[in-house]
Design a protein around this ligand. Structure first.
Ligand SMILES: Nc1ncnc2c1ncn2[C@@H]1O[C@H](COP(=O)(O)OP(=O)(O)O)[C@@H](O)[C@H]1O
Ligand SMILES: [Mg+2]
Length: 269
């Protein structure tokens, strides 16, 4: 059964309506770390800015079949998937075509289910991915709703800065809404603290706040602020390929292991 998370890939949306909190960085590097651990990983670039595509070396000239074409039904998932430089790490790239405005035009009953229909299809299941990670745009628009309807769970990157927790309640309201209307099984897989700086009191405070309010939902692993993470995309590779021994690489490897443990437990349950 394609809807059973025990068969088919585990689909995770990386979402937070704030920009610049580390969604794309997490999608690319968590994906690369899972692939390094021998998991087969597909990234879906669901942000019209296409930063995940650029960051993994899919230049604009190479984006012939995109997430937009996939959602429009113009191409099959097989046709839209591209290889990256890393083994077992593939991506469906995005361009500015992917505007939420176009999706708004589609029949109300269907438009939230476009991505789900693709990712929970037998065709996608037959490709044998272990994980599909969806890089969401910085908004709670129809694109993000599509990701939430398609996904089994969400990872929410939280920048370790002032106001980090602001907006989280709005995100959670949207999750509730999606649960009530379209995807009752949607879970929050975890909250990942990003750009964490142990020397900064504010980081410690945000961490305390998050762990106090959200408990085990917060991943044990925190992602430090690490310049290698911001440099890697300009070399069109993940941080693991760019500087394997960096703190950024170590952190995303740890997050990948923690995620595998979490999803294993859930699948066994
Ligand atoms: N842990 C980190 N350390 C240093 N820079 C980071 C880190 N995470 C993200 N960045 C940088 O911060 C900026 C925003 O990150 P990005 O992943 O693009 O956020 P989003 O996708 O949520 O908008 C990018 O320039 C990125 O390289
Ligand atoms: Mg982004």
């Amino acid at each position: 059964m394609a809807n059973d998370p025990k068969s088919g890939p585990t689909i995770i949306a990386i979402a937070n309506q704030k920009g610049g909190v580390g969604k794309t960085t997490t999608t690319i590097n968590l994906g690369a770390a899972l692939a390094e651990l021998k998991k087969r990983v597909l990234l879906i670039d669901l942000d019209p800015q296409g930063n995940a595509s650029t960051g993994l070396g899919i230049g604009h000239d190479k984006r012939e079949a995109t997430t937009y074409d996939l959602l429009s039904g113009d191409v099959t998932i097989k046709e839209a998937i591209q290889q990256t430089m890393a083994d077992r790490l593939n991506i469906v790239p995005a361009t500015t075509d992917l505007s939420s405005a176009d999706l708004e035009l589609i029949d109300n009953n269907k438009r939230s289910f476009l991505l789900r229909d693709v990712l929970r299809s037998d065709e996608t299941t037959s490709l044998d991915y272990d994980y599909i990670l969806i890089d969401c745009p910085p908004s709670l628009n129809i694109l993000t709703v599509n990701a939430m309807v398609a996904a089994h769970s969400l990872i929410v990157p939280l920048q370790s800065e002032f106001f980090a927790l602001e907006g989280l309640s709005q995100l959670i309201l949207t999750v509730r809404d999606v649960r009530q209307t379209a995807n009752p099984d949607l879970k929050i897989e975890g909250i990942a603290l990003t750009m964490y700086d142990r020397r900064n009191n504010l980081s410690l405070q945000v961490e305390d706040d998050a762990r106090e309010n959200m408990g085990d939902m917060v991943f044990k692993t925190v992602i430090p602020r690490n310049v290698r993470l911001s440099e890697a995309p300009s070399f069109a590779v993940s941080v693991l390929a760019y500087d394997s021994g960096s703190k950024g690489s170590t952190a995303y490897r740890a997050l990948a292991s923690e995620l595998i443990e979490r999803t294993k437990k859930k699948r066994a349950a």
